[in-house]
Design a protein around this ligand. Structure first.
Ligand code: HEM
Length: 414
């Protein structure tokens, strides 16, 4: 089958959620696939198969993050202004990651469990009291932000500001969310800020205010740790380092966790027999979280750039070309997962690549995301008898974030 005309930069392919069949056809017929892009971009290679993706992620010398990790191509000036640890490799990456990783280990995040149970209970009480409601705005959207508010130790009143910033930045391709679409020449004005979004400037200002309050004190929140610790490579954190990494923390965990929660609710609605398994065996939920993550695949891809000519699965890649790793496709690779399109909460093993897989940039917040999902669904599953869709689902227009903007549901309690 000719796959030549399939172009993964075409957002229409993603207008109604993930193009699972296209991914499957590409894995079979064009597992390292070229897509043209409109100027000023230069097109990109897509890596669709699980093993090839792992290979790219592990080899950061050949496939670097330093030339940025989204499809947008940036020049040197933009790289210098916008680089966070996500777009840094080597010693500096390890030093920046070490600043934060102590806050994100499984034991470090376990201490939030009681707090998480509290906000989950309140969120679900409020939503369930309505009977029929939009699951995104009433349950999924605020939950990860509430956790972030706690990690940053900022006033609860700021929650809505953080939600708004997150939506405006990550929705850069969606006219409903973005202030200025990234494809709009107007976005040139913001070329030196992340996502080319004016919201990023508001996040920087907010971070500066927190840093001024906390510099030199002994706080244990994320901002205090970031500004008061010395990186292990001996190079102090610059103002840019603080801004971009603060922004990364604000953005990274929100949309991703939100959409995983929404997709999981949807998957449990569409597979009531799987919901029943977990209602009868709640002890399975910690394990089922892995299937929630695999099946949701809330991040479609991240990007690398070839530093030298390379070959992936027989396909020649030239130095300087963009190489996109499609985690969503790898998560449905039939070479790894039996019946990959089946939502199976007892699936074992389940070595999904929703957080990346191996490699230096594997998601720093994975233990936090896992505990959030576990606590949310332990509570939700124990309370509901039945959940139904009560209207149409609206998707985020994006080939980066596999997101749901609205999902009306009707809940009947036990
Ligand atoms: C279900 C939720 C989440 C998903 C699917 C997800 C996914 C990912 C993925 C795929 C990467 C790798 C990027 C790359 O290879 O270039 C990543 C990196 C990262 N994630 Fe997450 N993430 C989630 C939640 C979180 C949370 C809760 C946080 C914490 C605030 C977080 C913080 C980060 C950071 C800081 C990085 C950069 C790590 C580095 O470059 O070394 N993530 N995430």
């Amino acid at each position: 089958m000719s796959m030549k005309n399939v172009n993964l930069s075409d957002l229409n392919l993603f207008a109604n959620g993930a193009p699972w069949e296209t991914f499957s056809d590409l894995r079979k017929n064009s597992p390292v696939h070229w897509s043209d892009e409109e100027a000023p971009n230069h097109g990109f290679w897509s890596v669709l198969g699980y093993h090839d993706i792992v290979r790219v992620l592990r080899d950061s010398e050949t496939f670097t993050s330093e030339r940025f990790t989204n499809l947008e191509e940036v020049d040197k000036e933009q790289e210098d202004a916008r680089r966070s640890l996500l777009e840094t490799d080597g010693t500096r990456h390890r030093a920046l990651r070490r600043l934060l990783q102590g806050q994100f280990t499984p034991p470090a995040v376990a201490k939030y469990e009681t707090f998480l149970r509290g906000i989950t209970a309140t969120t679900l009480d409020n939503a369930f009291a309505k009977g029929t409601f939009d699951f995104v705005s009433e349950v999924a959207a605020d939950f990860p932000i509430n956790v972030l508010v706690r990690l940053l130790d900022v006033p609860v009143e700021d929650t809505h500001k953080l939600i708004d910033w997150g939506n405006r930045m990550v929705g850069f391709d969606d006219p409903e969310h973005a202030d200025v679409l990234i494809s709009d020449p107007e976005s040139e004005k913001y070329r030196l800020v992340p996502f080319r979004s004016p919201a990023a400037l508001e996040v920087f200002e907010y971070g500066d205010h927190l840093a001024r309050e906390r510099k030199g004190k002994d706080g244990t929140d994320l901002v205090s740790v970031l500004i008061n610790s010395e990186p292990t490579d001996g190079i102090p954190l610059s103002e840019r380092d603080f801004h971009t990494n603060f922004l990364l923390l604000v953005v990274a965990g929100n949309e991703t966790t939100r959409h995983t929660i929404t997709h999981t609710m949807r998957n449990l609605i569409e597979h009531p027999e799987q919901l029943a398994i977990l209602q009868e065996n709640p002890d399975l939920i910690p394990w089922a979280v892995e299937e929630f993550l695999r099946y949701a695949s809330p991040v479609y891809h991240f990007r690398r750039t070839a530093t030298t000519d390379a070959v992936i699965n027989g396909q020649n890649i030239k130095a300087g070309q963009k190489v996109v790793t499609w985690f969503a496709s790898g998560n449905r690779d039939e070479a790894i997962f039996e019946s990959p399109n089946k939502f199976d909460v007892t699936r074992n093993p389940n070595e999904h690549m929703t957080f990346g897989r191996g490699g230096p940039h594997m998601c720093l917040g994975n233990a936090l995301a896992r505990i959030e999902l576990r606590v949310m669904f332990e509570d939700l599953i124990s309370r509901v008898d039945k959940v139904e869709l009560a209207g149409d689902i609206d998707y985020l227009r994006s080939n980066f974030v596999h997101g749901i903007k609205r999902m009306p549901v009707k809940v009947t309690l036990r």
